[in-house]
Write a protein that binds this ligand. Structure first.
Ligand code: GDP
Length: 607
């Protein structure tokens, strides 16, 4: 190995995130297009799942900026952009304690501002501690914008009407506001004072290319600044992460990987994370895409002897079909390190999987990365997880959910991200009423579950509310005794609150006098009577008119202490003014016998 290669800095890995349709793919295409247009022969290495923008291309694109802002001299060999945008891919760019991506571009449609997946992307970037730049995209859609294709935004901005710039700045302020709420200080890139503390917002158009020079210059500058402390040279055995497991015609089982450190060679022994256990195998071939311009190329891939970080490469080796996306891959340089590395890979995979007896949801995902992200999101929302595993939903998962459902109805569910539900699992789930949420967008999956959860909680609240005895005050109308006992039937006027069949009654002294059996209004049975109504009620229990109760007497609903407590706390808003008033009268009567009536002493009301 030459001295020079030993000291070579590696390219920072850049990922693009943001809400759907905000322009991530268009931006990546633009950046790749820039590279293709500006490239010099022999300088571009093709990558699997990633595109390299060499530093000479960055220099060429950012050349016009030299006169406008201080640009840094590039020491890095370029930037490696992950080709597929979105945080599902990003979540797989994982390594222990962080991300494989060194930097990220957060794309925000300047017209639409923050959207659900934007928040989610920022949350993931925060969780994984990845520095990022905001591309405020689609400036060309600002009313009145005059496009200046591929120009620096600083130049294009000078050619706009002041009202257009004002509009743009307003939109940027909104983005700054949202970022501030999430704990990030930010500003328009040309107003930033401290790049290590503030996040730069670059207005761009992925369509016209305006602002792309600044975006690339800032990325390169940021990369150099952030990576300076931990300057990353290419050396030693490779470390990488599995992005995708694929059956490739003519090659068998392969994995697409991003190598973020070191060198990997054909014939190397590697350890790759698998669902059950680490896979130890030998690299049969390293494949990179055939350059696009090679028209006569018959194959899609070309074999190479070795690849060095940072790079996207397809690895061909036996046994890789059991590998799992998001899992680590390590080259074993010395035979004696094998066991240690195997142990480490095993540990790293197991750290993401969860298996407990907790009353929590069951989580299934297609990859280790999405599983990890999902679990983190659930945790941040205080939703407990019982089991988290990679793979399709099986009968066992449903059984686990059934066990949870017995004690905690709201968590007896399965959240399945981008995986199938096996037929026997589906059958059992349907039979047992286990809900399986399925989606291939993380935020949608969580949103669907939370919506259901809220509905369930609302339903339970309703049920609890239904069980509570409402405050009610009635007067027995003189001359309206229809039957004196067994049961007593009398005409009453509801003076306040509400009465319903089943409600116990008490006198003004607090003495219990049976409970309401039936209510009739003009000869028809009704289920409720409210203040102002005159109805006939029958009273169950040993109650005789003239002995226990009398014409003209006032009765109240006999509310248990625990109900009175809930009426004053959790369900305060459910009472009408006259019900509230009636409750106060009831409390006054009750406290004569029980001074703690309706108080929260010794009990918790906020369930
Ligand atoms: P993604 O889902 O974030 O990858 O978004 P796409 O890159 O697919 O873009 C979504 C839509 O927005 C497409 O119709 C693009 O043509 C359009 N688009 C993306 N960037 C721009 C831009 O800068 N200006 C305009 N006018 N349209 C854009």
């Amino acid at each position: 190995m030459s001295e020079e290669r030993q000291r070579r800095l590696r390219q920072p890995i850049v990922a693009v995130l943001g809400h759907v349709d905000h322009g991530k793919t268009t931006l990546l295409d633009k950046i790749r297009g820039t590279t293709v247009a500006a490239k010099e022969p022999g300088q571009i290495t093709q990558h699997v799942g990633a595109s390299l923008v060499p530093s000479n291309v960055i220099e060429k694109v950012t050349e016009p900026l030299k006169k406008l802002i201080p640009t840094v001299k590039l020491e890095l060999p370029g930037l490696l952009f992950i080709d597929t945008p979105g945080h599902e891919i990003f979540t797989n760019l994982r390594k222990r304690g962080g991300a494989v991506a060194d930097l990220a571009i957060l794309v925000v449609d300047i017209m639409e501002g923050f959207q659900p997946q934007t928040y989610e992307a920022v949350e993931i970037l925060k969780q994984r501690k990845v520095p990022f730049i905001v591309a405020a995209n689609k400036v060309d859609r600002i009313p009145g914008w005059r496009p200046n294709p591929d120009q620096p935004i600083l130049i294009s901005m000078r050619k706009q009407d002041p009202s257009v710039i004002e509009f743009m700045d307003n939109q940027i302020y909104k983005i700054m506001g949202e970022l501030a709420k999430m704990g990030f200080d930010s500003d328009r890139f040309d107003r930033i004072k401290n790049y290590t503390r503030q996040i730069a917002i670059v207005p761009i158009s992925a369509k016209t290319g305006e602002g792309v020079p600044e975006l690339l210059a800032l990325l390169a500058g940021l990369a150099q600044r952030f990576m300076k402390g931990k300057l990353k040279y290419v050396e030693g055995p490779a470390k990488g992460v599995v992005m995708e497991v694929k059956e490739e015609p003519g090659y068998g089982s392969t994995i697409d990987t991003i190598i973020y450190d070191g060198i990997i060679k054909q014939g190397d022994t590697i350890v790759v994370g698998g669902i059950e256990e680490p896979i130890v195998t030998k690299v049969r071939a390293l494949l990179i895409p055939e350059p696009l311009q090679e028209i006569r190329a018959t194959k899609r891939f070309r074999a190479v002897d070795e690849v060095s970080a940072a790079a996207g490469v397809k690895i061909v080796a036996p046994g890789l079909d059991k590998a799992v996306a998001g899992a680590p891959i390590y080259v074993v340089e010395r035979e004696e390190d094998l066991e240690k590395i195997k142990e480490q890979v095993k540990k790293e995979v197991e750290e993401v999987l969860i298996e407990t007896d907790a009353e929590g949801v069951i989580v299934k995902a297609d990859t280790l990365g999405t599983l990890e992200a999902l679990v983190q999101f659930l945790r941040s929302r205080n939703i407990p997880v019982r089991m988290a595993r990679v793979g399709p939903v099986t009968k066992r998962d449903v059984m686990e959910a059934i066990a949870v459902k017995r004690h905690k109805k709201e968590y007896g569910v399965i959240l399945a991200f981008n995986v199938k539900v096996l037929p026997e699992a589906k059958e059992l789930a349907e039979k047992e009423g286990i809900k399986i949420f399925q989606h291939n967008v993380i935020y949608k999956l969580i949103e669907d579950f939370e919506e259901w959860l809220n509905k369930l909680k609302e339903e339970e609240r309703r049920k609890e509310l239904e069980k509570l005895i409402r405050p009610g005050k009635i007067r027995i109308l003189p001359g309206f005794v229809f039957r004196r006992s067994d049961p007593a039937i009398v005409g009453v006027e509801v003076l306040g609150g509400t009465i319903k069949p089943g409600y116990p009654l008490m006198k003004e002294s607090g003495e219990r006098v049976g409970s309401i059996l039936q209510i009739q209004d003009k000869g028809k049975t009704v289920h409720v009577a409210r203040a102002g109504q005159q109805v006939a009620i029958s009273i169950k229990g040993r109650v005789m008119v003239g002995r226990h109760i009398h014409e003209g007497e006032i009765l109240y609903t006999d509310i248990p202490s625990s109900h009175a407590r809930l009426w004053q706390t959790k369900f305060r808003k459910e009472l009408s003014d006259d019900e509230w008033h009636t409750l106060q009268e009831i409390i006054k009567i009750k406290r004569k016998q029980d001074p703690l009536y309706g108080l929260a002493i010794g009990a918790s009301t906020n369930k």
